[in-house]
Design a protein around this ligand. Structure first.
Ligand code: NZQ
Ligand code: ZN
Length: 380
């Protein structure tokens, strides 16, 4: 196990009716900017609950943070927030609203253009923010990451700043999610766990078991939540799986990969494909390409999650990849580039972009532009 320092400062507030606690959690006297997406919160009662809870606060609303939030939109929010002198931010929505609000929080204390902050990659100064999370997927409600897009150049990059000081997760608000978003959320959570697990074997028994526990839970509940997403207990488990999948609890002392995500972000940047769907395409292709290197962990995952206990290591690894791809397919997701009408020109464009940026991804930094091209060839 590698040395590590672990701290997760987000207070998690979980369960039915918990949005009402907002008034207790936000320090009195704060001038709060409340940020939203395109309006789903008006259809499921979340907006009314937030309004009611914040009735004694001075608030400014900012609407329209889109999926894969764009810096062009967030600049408007930063301008408004500076004008109104807000000193607390509350993101109400999915990962896109929370991520976008992380950039707004940093932008409010920065004099230059917000895209500079994204390119710097790390930000050390921001207005405090909190979240009401409405979509289990990204873990943004309990981590310090954010992924921001720039329409002008079709780019999408991650940057790191601060965790929300608290996040409220009420599983009943997920009852209105479109099926596609539930499927993409399950895939995103699954792949987050794999990015922290599918690396070198034998680093930490505990991290392995926690990671396997999350994906086993997902696999167990996925068929029934795809059928009926109004099952409170199962959606509660799904929500917690998503948060635990990317709040760094399962990454203590182990190396991480993230190549699937970096390639997936390019597919979204170039084609607008939903984040979770890009991962369902890239992960099996990455495993096919790096099978020898990841063999021991593929065999372990196969045995502990898919129940594959016989055959040679090679056969077991192959079956693990097949089962995982079949799982994504069972959610109604594309698992090949062709399913999403993505062709060879995109593969070459991603290779060109990675070459220009001189990328070296994966747990050993050996996923270069050329390896990324081979991975994408294996996603056809
Ligand atoms: O915009 P509204 O109207 O709210 O509708 C949203 C949006 O259309 C809708 N929605 C959300 N909650 C709902 C709901 N509809 C009905 N009922 C609800 N309860 O769902 C749509 C998708 O929302 P979005 O926020 O875009 O989805 P998600 O949470 O999957 O976030 C995706 C973004 O997060 C980034 C992705 O790259 C992508 O940009 N990620 C952030 C990470 C992080 N911060 O750590 C890690 C992830 O790997 C990921 O990269
Ligand atoms: Zn993700």
């Amino acid at each position: 196990m590698e040395n590590f320092i672990f701290q997760n400062p987000t207070k998690l507030i979980f369960g039915k009716g918990m949005i009402a606690r907002l008034a207790k959690e936000i320090p009195a006297g704060k001038r709060v900017m409340v940020t939203f997406g395109g309006g789903s919160v008006r259809t499921n009662g979340v907006y009314e609950q937030v309004k009611e809870a914040l009735k004694d606060f001075e608030t400014v609303e900012f609407w329209g943070i889109e999926s894969n939030p764009k810096v062009e939109t967030l600049r408007e929010a930063i301008r408004l927030g500076k004008e109104k002198k807000v000193d607390f931010l509350l993101a109400v929505g999915g990962g896109s609203v929370i991520d976008g609000t992380k950039l707004i929080a940093a932008g409010l204390l920065y004099d230059g253009d917000a895209w500079d902050l994204v390119l710097k990659g790390v930000c050390r100064n921001a207005v405090p923010l909190a979240a009401v999370s409405t979509l289990p997927a990204t873990g943004s409600e309990m981590n310090n990451g954010a992924v921001i897009s720039r329409k002008e150049t079709a780019e999408k990059f991650a940057f790191h700043s601060f965790n929300p000081v608290f996040s409220i997760l009420d599983p009943t608000v997920t009852f209105t999610l479109p099926k596609w978003q539930v499927a993409c959320g399950i895939a995103d959570t699954f792949v987050h766990v794999m990015e922290q697990y599918m690396t070198r074997p034998g680093q930490s028994r505990l991290m392995d078991r926690w990671a396997e526990g999350i994906v086993r839970s997902l696999v167990e509940i996925a068929p029934s939540i795809m059928e009926n997403q109004k099952d409170y207990d199962k959606m509660a488990d799904f929500m917690l799986c998503a948060t635990m999948g990317l709040n760094h609890f399962i990454a203590m002392g182990v190396c991480e990969d993230w190549a699937t995500h970096m390639i997936g972000h390019e597919l979204t940047a170039l084609h607008g494909l939903t984040h979770g769907a890009t991962l369902a395409i890239v992960l099996p292709g990455l495993w096919r390409t790096l099978k020898q290197k990841k063999m021991a962990k593929l065999v372990q995952l196969g045995e502990r999650v898919w129940g594959i206990c016989d055959g040679s290591d090679e056969e077991r690894a192959d079956r693990t990849i097949e089962e995982t791809e079949a799982f994504f397919r069972s959610l109604g997701l594309p698992t090949r580039l062709g399913d999403a009408q993505i062709g060879d020109d995109t593969i070459l464009e991603i290779e060109r972009r990675f070459m220009k940026r001189n990328v070296s991804l994966g747990e050993d930094g050996d996923v270069t532009a050329e390896v990324a091209r081979r991975i994408l060839e294996n996603c056809k």
